[in-house]
Design a binder for this molecule. Structure first.
Ligand code: ATP
Ligand code: UDP
Ligand code: MG
Length: 458
């Protein structure tokens, strides 16, 4: 963290000091911030948030004992330690993050989208690492708590930061992007993910487009030219900002596009075209959707100073992210693509395209896609139709809505329990010498249970 005095923290959060005077608060330097009493750094500030299960104001005495030197709270707490009292600790956390960002010299890129945010984030960070010290979102910390926690990690050494922004509701990205103030911003794509919180695809487009409202005055806006909402988003932009488009198709007049695509089983080769020239790229990841992700990452990286050589190097040294089309070899000839981290209609279809390129007997094991609201049955049926057309030999589903996937595919079979699905799946694996399996479902479906059970069997 960039060190701040407690006095500065009180100022930027419009908080009142308790148990400490202004002069002492000026001398008290905060070196780190925590929101979890189970992970306290000495000399740190503890911010008390209240969540669904706990109100962290209950842990103030505990965090003082563990070495926190000050706390940020929404009411006076009867514990003898320096306190900053604010109206809303969550908003105060955002204000501190915004201030820290304003002190940093780093070039910051921010990205959102329905799918591939974490993938693009990893790719962009992998490229920028070759240009200088790069901070990037840990895991999936992309919401109103995760984004400030990421910005708290900024130190003067960082030359770049890559920040993932997620949205469950309108206004969330407007809030987080305001603290990130990116030099470049991207909407990777739009699918029906989390549609329940937005009402419609138009609502999702509006929510994601909020990322452009926080873009720096001379920043770069990056669009996927397949998105229908670009004209609407452009209303947030001015002439001083650069606009770049990327597309898998050469015909779209894109600034970033691929040619000479060779899709291998688990890797992809292509020529990457950019406004600064072309470069040959080998992506150690499967699927056309990862080429689109690589275009987006290249645009983000190039916009803040990466060279074509950095891009080539950064993309070629990528590793698959666990749970995202992560190849697991059970035994020779039997490969599972572990894509169990999450699912929506777009990512299920992307996964099926990859499976269709893999050798041997092809099995799709699908759980439910959650949060699709009234479109749920339709989206599941569409995935089933795609699986059928892609020539998948066996489609095994478990859960509730996923039955609509198996109903639409000839090789489809639905199960209520995972144990029953495994009782069908394991013999299928034994009958065929070469088998490729895609396992996928929303987070709530916990389809990793299937992958783990397979790993134990083989
Ligand atoms: P979350 O909203 O959960 O944070 P995310 O947007 O960060 O997700 P990833 O974690 O990168 O996305 O990938 C999630 C799933 O989407 C994976 O199954 C991955 O294979 C798939 N996916 C990644 N990129 C794309 C893309 N461009 N188009 C469609 N599907 C994609
Ligand atoms: N918390 C904590 N110590 C604990 C349990 C929770 O400091 O032993 C904090 C937690 O880090 C979070 C807040 O209390 O900042 C609310 O916790 P909860 O689990 O309810 O939050 P949720 O993640 O469900 O919103
Ligand atoms: Mg993510």
């Amino acid at each position: 963290m960039i060190p701040l005095s407690l006095e500065t923290i009180a100022q930027v959060t419009q908080g009142a000091l308790n148990n400490i005077g202004h002069e002492q608060a000026h001398q008290l330097i905060i070196q780190s911030i925590s929101t979890d009493s189970r992970k306290i750094d000495e000399s740190g500030l503890f911010i008390a948030l209240s969540g669904e299960r706990f109100d962290a104001h209950d842990f103030i005495a505990d965090v003082k004992d563990k070495g926190a030197i000050a706390v940020l709270v929404n009411h006076k707490v009867d514990v003898d330690c320096p306190q900053v009292i604010v109206k809303d600790t969550r908003l105060a956390m955002g204000a501190i993050a915004q201030h820290l960002r304003s002190l940093s010299q780093a070039k910051v890129v921010a990205l959102t989208g329905s799918s591939g945010k974490t993938s693009v984030k990893e790719m962009t960070a992998s490229i920028l690492r070759h240009c200088g010290e790069t901070l990037y979102t840990h895991g999936n910390l992309n919401n109103d708590i995760g984004v400030p926690l990421t910005l708290f990690r900024l130190t003067p050494e960082y030359r770049f930061a890559v920040i993932e922004l997620g949205a469950n509701h309108i206004g969330e990205i407007a809030y987080t992007v305001d603290m990130v103030k990116p030099d470049s911003a991207l909407v990777n794509n739009l699918f029906s993910a989390h549609i329940e919180g937005f009402g419609s695809l138009a609502g999702i487009a509006k929510a994601k487009g909020e990322i452009f409202t926080g873009l720096k005055e001379q920043g770069t806006a990056i669009f996927n030219l397949e998105s229908h909402d670009i004209p609407q988003w452009k209303q947030h932009l001015t002439e001083r900002q650069t606009q770049w488009g990327f597309s898998l198709s050469e015909q779209d007049n894109a600034d970033f596009y691929p040619t000479n695509i060779v899709v291998n089983q688990l890797t992809t080769d292509f020529t990457l075209h950019t406004p600064e020239g072309a470069v040959e790229v080998t992506l150690p990841l499967p699927g056309r959707h990862n080429i689109a992700n690589a275009l987006a990452a290249s645009a983000l990286a190039l916009s803040v100073g990466a060279t074509l050589e950095d891009i080539k190097l950064g993309l070629s040294t990528l590793k698959a992210v666990p749970g995202r089309l992560y190849p697991v070899e059970l035994t020779a000839g039997k490969i599972v693509l572990d894509d169990t981290y999450n699912a929506n209609d777009g990512s299920m279809i992307a996964g099926l395209q990859v499976l269709s390129q893999l050798p041997g007997f092809k099995i799709f094991v699908a759980g439910d896609m959650a949060e699709l609201g009234k479109d749920s049955e339709k989206c599941h049926r569409e995935v089933g139709i795609v699986a059928d057309k892609a020539g998948i030999d066996s489609v095994l589903t478990v859960g509730n809505y996923s039955q609509f996937i198996s109903q639409e595919s000839q090789g489809g079979q639905h199960f209520t329990f995972k144990a029953d699905l495994l009782a069908k799946l394991i013999p299928l694996l034994q009958q065929h010498d070469v088998v490729s399996i895609l396992v996928k479902g929303s987070r709530s479906s916990a389809m990793e249970d299937i992958v783990n059970a397979l790993k134990e069997c083989f």
